[in-house]
Design a protein around this ligand. Structure first.
Ligand SMILES: *Cc1c(COP(=O)(O)O)cnc(C)c1O
Length: 442
């Protein structure tokens, strides 16, 4: 299958080319040119994430170098549990579950996309090639997941840029605990500055002819498409048990996770409503309400991985639903402030015995605000995007106790820190990339 740019001014490319390219040359995002369609019964006999995922993803990879390797890639990438836990609610007519996407090595759902991308890139690599240098600007979780996925992979160098002092202490440790082929830079600036530095370096012809560069943020199709797999598998499981579709509430920032769910439903998966749960960054809820897209600078919230004022994957959502009415039919959205996030974390523990990270609490709050009739009419699934153990500074004072740290996460914290300071501006980044290239060439 071929993939085309949302902006329509670039030639369609294969799956492999879309993965390596990241962004289309016209600045747009790659989307499929057609959609395979399935009835739930087409997946009969397939139970695991890997089996269901292979059926879903293989048509997209057809005709490319990865076509025959999708099952291998999926079993390498998705090698951790993905439970959907039923929640006992007071009203027996309501059915609620929580899909826990945080049991991977860095305890956030970013592991799915980052690990799929790394497993794919490793299989596309030719032996005598120069190393592929992957640049990531991160506001927290992405950098850790990408670093973990590429750590010690021969043929890959990764540079992670994060805003000095603006990520949580726990996140910072996760960004800097690697060494070897992972280079962590604390930039004297904001996340927007980090992102600008990476973009400018990509536009530097001189540098891109000397280095093979790629990017691993959520605009990359190879991060987004594999995320459709857990929505497919979870909704199919519910369908088999009840003959009913499952509706998802998704903590959203750049909308990568949300678009993956919309794509799974587009392929025929038994998914009902898709409710986008945003923090105080209201760009998407406002767009759906007023019909006007007004990107704005992000505001800092407790659910910091969702502090996005101009969601990049909105372009993919609007590509699928260009008319406002169709967009409103496809997704709903809600915005939740920090006070509600705090309350919901406390309530989650008190009422359901659940410890939620601030992002998951945004989705739980969105569920609680649904009219009771709607909570009864549908099967709802809250998507839990990160482990609360990544945000102890926020969660522990609210609950008045320690949060259990998963062993994989604890192991990362025991590693020594490797980090360099980097001045704000793309010249500083250019310099360290060239110095690194010279060293690898030696
Ligand atoms: C990245 C992230 C989100 C937002 O996901 P998008 O795909 O950008 O919408 C939500 N929660 C957590 C914990 C994240 O790391």
């Amino acid at each position: 299958m071929k993939f085309q740019s949302t902006r329509g001014a670039a030639a369609p490319v294969s799956f492999d080319e879309a993965l390596i390219g990241g962004l289309a040359p016209d600045g747009g995002l790659y989307v499929p040119t057609s959609w395979p369609r399935y009835a739930p019964a087409d997946l009969d006999g397939r139970d695991s994430l890997v089996e269901i995922g292979a059926r879903l993803i293989e048509p997209f990879a057809e005709g490319g170098a990865l076509a025959a390797q999708i099952p291998d890639i999926l079993s390498e990438a998705f090698n951790f549990p993905v439970p959907s836990v039923p929640i006992e609610v007071a009203d027996p007519a309501e059915r609620l579950e929580v899909l826990e996407l945080f049991h991977g090595p860095t305890a956030a759902f970013k592991d799915f996309g980052a690990r799929f991308l790394a497993a794919s890139f490793a299989r596309l690599r030719r032996p005598q090639e120069r190393p592929l240098h992957i640049l990531v600007a991160t506001s927290g979780d992405t950098g850790g997941a990408v670093a973990a996925a590429f750590h010690r992979r021969p043929g890959f160098e990764v540079s992670v840029l994060f805003p000095k002092g603006l990520v949580s202490p726990t996140q910072e440790r996760q960004l800097t605990c690697w060494g070897d082929n992972i280079h962590s830079y604390a930039v004297a600036g904001t996340f927007d500055d980090c992102q600008r530095m990476v973009k400018e370096v990509f536009l530097d012809r001189d540098l891109t002819t000397r280095l093979r560069l790629s990017s691993a943020n959520s605009i990359n199709l190879g991060r987004l498409l594999p995320q459709a797999v857990y929505y497919a598998a979870t909704s199919i499981r519910r369908w088999r048990a009840s003959g009913q579709p499952l509706s998802f509430i998704i903590p959203s920032g750049n909308l990568g996770n949300a678009v993956a769910c919309v794509w799974a439903r587009r392929m025929g998966m038994p998914i009902g409503e898709i409710l986008l749960a945003h923090n105080a960054n209201r760009t998407v809820p406002d767009l759906l309400e007023t019909g006007v897209l007004e990107p704005r600078p992000s505001v800092a919230t407790l659910a910091s991985a969702m502090d996005v004022g101009n969601p990049s994957n909105l372009e993919r959502l609007r590509d699928l639903h260009p008319e406002l009415t169709a967009l409103r039919g496809a997704v709903r959205a809600i915005s939740v402030d920090d006070a509600a996030i705090r309350n919901r974390i406390i309530e989650g523990a008190a009422r359901f015995g659940q410890v939620w990270c601030p992002h998951t609490a945004v989705a739980a709050e969105a569920w609680a605000r649904l009219p009771q009739a709607e909570r009864r009419d549908r099967n709802w699934c809250i998507v839990a995007t990160a482990s609360p153990a990544k945000f102890p500074e926020i969660v522990e004072p609210l609950l008045g106790r320690k949060v259990t740290v998963p062993p994989a996460l604890a192991a990362l914290f025991d590693r020594p820190s490797h980090v360099s300071a980097l001045a704000n501006g793309s010249d500083a980044l250019r310099e360290v990339l060239m110095a690194g290239a010279a060293e690898i060439g030696r």
